[in-house]
Write a protein that binds this ligand. Structure first.
Ligand SMILES: *Cc1c(COP(=O)(O)O)cnc(C)c1O
Length: 377
């Protein structure tokens, strides 16, 4: 049986990038690598839509989240944490681990943050130094209104908008400079179509100014060191050389396709997947603001979501994600971010139909495929 990855990270890696990463290791202080690094820097600026340097860390995405926290703030700082899922919770845990005081803006899992609530909290608390949020909350499949929130934070010189863009960068519009986002973070194993192991972070001018005053402890994640090196196409420590060689290939692919087309492709696949699961009678967890990165479908009451996920894997070799915490067994999450095309989606929707059919769910077999084909044809 073949294996098919449809989880929102790690995602499939294009053959072109796999082949590049299989090349013999080169030395990171030699010219060949420096040239690759210079190209990668340009490609990352294009991807983040920023003039700022995008720093590359050897860690999973959470490392870049941590680097944003420990470089921007000082002990005791108050930060507004938007909590509408598992990854919003992570911002809160990170803030607490570093001795910050999180002020939570909680929203039901499945719903998007309401900018007015954030504006109200900021207005009522002049000591808040940052707003920490996801652009795409992967645990619920919701997209948060970053543009509107950036309009609010842009008016405050002392508040940094810190966006976890781990399933947003390279999926949908998130232009860092144009919208005035102060920190954008992502990782390699989602829309960047690479193995896990690289994390990325970029700071605005406002954020770099705040970084000057930050008194939280940091060493490997001291971003000023990374910036000074990156500007010379160097890294302060040994980089994940092969992953960066693969990244260069990926960034070339993204550049060739064009960011607008990358976003449009994700939107087409997302729209078709949402139509397919809806046609099968499943409801979407994200009703009003779905992310184009993944589809979170509510599993019918009579079906056990954990058994459904297991059936996917054991019968068809398909990995999808289930729900976390309060959503365990209640939803399945189907990814369509990164290296996916229309025909890929046939596999996962057909798998879902067959698995539900075998489990006795009452629906018209083929209804999901029909909707998918109608959308994609
Ligand atoms: C995957 C993900 C993370 C965590 O990334 P790791 O690479 O597992 O550390 C954080 N935030 C979001 C929104 C994600 O999707």
């Amino acid at each position: 049986m073949k294996s098919y990855l449809f989880a929102p990270g790690p995602t499939p890696v294009p053959e072109r990038a796999l082949l590049k990463m299989a090349l013999p290791i080169m030395h990171h202080r030699e010219k060949v690598f420096e040239n690759i690094f210079t190209e990668v820097r340009q490609g990352l600026k294009y991807l983040f839509e920023t003039k700022q340097e995008v720093l590359i860390l050897t860690s999973s995405g959470t490392g870049a989240m941590e680097s944003a926290v420990c470089n921007l703030f000082s002990p005791g700082d108050r930060v507004l944490v938007v909590r509408a899922g598992k990854f919003g919770q992570r911002w809160g845990e990170l803030a607490e681990a570093f001795g910050l005081v999180p002020v939570f803006a909680d929203f039901p899992w499945g719903e998007a943050a309401v900018p007015n609530r954030i504006a109200e909290i900021l207005q009522g608390d002049a000591s808040i130094k940052g707003v920490l949020i996801q652009a795409s909350e992967t645990s619920t499949g919701v997209m948060h209104p970053i543009r509107e929130i950036a309009e609010i934070t842009s008016k405050r010189e002392d508040v940094a908008l810190v966006v976890d863009g781990i399933t947003a960068v390279g999926v949908f519009e998130l232009p860092m400079d144009a919208w005035g986002i102060d920190a954008v973070v992502t990782g390699s194993q989602k829309a960047l179509m690479l193995p896990p192991g690289l994390a990325f972070v970029a700071f605005s001018d406002k954020a770099w100014k705040m970084a000057e005053k930050s008194r939280l402890p940091k060493y490997y994640f001291d971003l000023k060191k990374h910036l000074t090196s990156a500007q010379k196409s160097q890294t302060p420590y040994t980089p994940a050389i092969s992953l960066i060689v693969g990244l260069n290939e990926i960034l070339t692919m993204i550049k060739n396709e064009g960011l607008d087309e990358v976003f449009a492709r994700h939107h087409r696949l997302a729209k078709a997947t949402r139509a397919a699961v809806s046609a099968m009678g499943l409801s979407l967890l994200a009703k009003t603001s779905p992310s184009d990165a993944l589809t979170a479908a509510v599993v019918p009451e009579e079906i056990d979501g954990v058994a459904l996920k297991k059936a996917f894997l054991e019968r068809y070799g398909i990995t999808v994600a289930g729900g976390q915490d309060q959503l365990k067994g209640k939803i399945i999450r189907i990814a369509h971010l990164g290296y996916f095309d229309p025909v890929d989606m046939f596999q996962v929707i057909a798998g879902l139909e067959m698995a539900l059919y075998k489990m006795g769910y009452d629906f018209t077999l083929g209804s999901g495929m029909k909707a998918l084909e109608q959308e994609l044809a």
